[in-house]
Design a protein around this ligand. Structure first.
Ligand code: IMP
Ligand code: MG
Length: 173
């Protein structure tokens, strides 16, 4: 079945929000170097846009977990597919997420990363669907709180498609 994608949050609005988030982070971490960690593949677009707007020194690393099948339903199982390249001990770490849904992925990542003794650890997410939460966990900074809809674009996929859309879209069937 062919899907139609509608716009939930337009490109200009997303970019303005990311600029706002970057300004807040640059202020909060003034005089420090932040080590931003992206969760592949979804958070890459958000991470790059954010990183470009940060005015403090930035280092980057990536990890990959799998928690979803190819469709739009959660398997509930989180698996570490790719670990970080570098140690985070003593660093100012910010984990960058595309979206927080059940919270399972984040709760798993927070647990394993905090054990590695970063100097500080925060989580920021572009999108949050709080209605879907099954684990008691909240991001330190959120771009947009959205309703319980399956969204695509700006890194988010549906069966690996639509990540390249420059806006946050919703699949209309
Ligand atoms: P959680 O573990 O349930 O919080 O799921 C987080 C992950 O599920 C995200 O990093 C996304 O990869 C994926 N996900 C959750 N909701 C959506 C959505 O609406 N569109 C696309 N991917 C989603
Ligand atoms: Mg993700």
């Amino acid at each position: 079945m062919a899907e139609k994608v509608g716009i939930l949050i337009g490109e200009a609005e997303v970019e303005a929000k990311i600029e706002e988030m970057a300004a807040a982070i640059s202020k909060e971490y003034e005089g420090k170097t932040v080590h931003i960690i992206g969760v592949l593949k979804g958070s890459v677009f958000f991470m790059c846009e954010l990183a470009k707007k940060l005015t403090i020194p930035v280092t980057m690393d990536f990890m990959s977990v799998s928690s979803y099948g190819d469709g739009t339903t959660s398997s509930g199982i989180v698996r570490l597919v790719k670990d970080l390249d570098e140690s985070i001990e003593g660093r100012e770490v910010i984990l960058i997420e595309d979206i927080m849904d059940s919270g399972r992925t984040l709760s798993y990542l927070v647990k394993i990363l905090k054990e590695r003794k970063p100097a500080s650890f925060k989580v920021i997410t572009l999108l949050d669907k709080p209605d879907r939460r099954v684990v008691d966990i909240e991001p330190d900074m959120t771009g947009f709180i959205i309703p319980d809809r399956f969204v695509v674009g700006y890194g988010l996929d549906c069966a690996q498609k639509y990540r390249n859309l420059p806006y946050i879209g919703v699949i209309e069937e």
